[in-house]
Design a protein around this ligand. Sequence first.
Ligand code: FES
Ligand code: FES
Length: 159
Amino acid sequence: MQLIVNGKSVHVKTDGAKPLLSVLRDELGLRGTRFGCGTEQCGACMVLIDGEPAFSCARELASLAGKAVTTVEGLTQNGAPHPLQQAFVEEQAGQCGYCLTGIVMGAAALLARNPSPTEAEIRSELDTHLCRCGAYDRILRAIRRASEMIGQGAGKRGG
Ligand code: FES
Ligand code: FES
């Protein structure tokens, strides 16, 4: 079947019952998306499907024909990091880092629909994600920082 991954059309010949996460990591070599719980509880596997945040660990490939999937690798454009990627590095917003790609994807969807979220809106987005290291304060700072960067014109996409 055909799907669009990070802006490119890809043909995947696998069993439609396979989870999207396995296809991304094992067949397409996109290892930024992580396996955590496998039961849609932790957020480590979050990607965007048609721009909306979605868990990929239990999402069957067969449900995705013609859909556009964005992974953390797809946030970087023309070699430039997304403001969230830059802010997470600048704030050192993580400890082990395992949860971070899922959180960055959820935050990317949040900032795309609302570039200036309130503290409560950011916390509500983070409710979907489990950070076992408890790095939430740094993560909050990074999302706020990315929001400010976007407000100053960073991360504008061409085309
Ligand atoms: S691995 Fe998908 S939500 Fe935990
Ligand atoms: S930084 Fe380790 S799980 Fe979040």
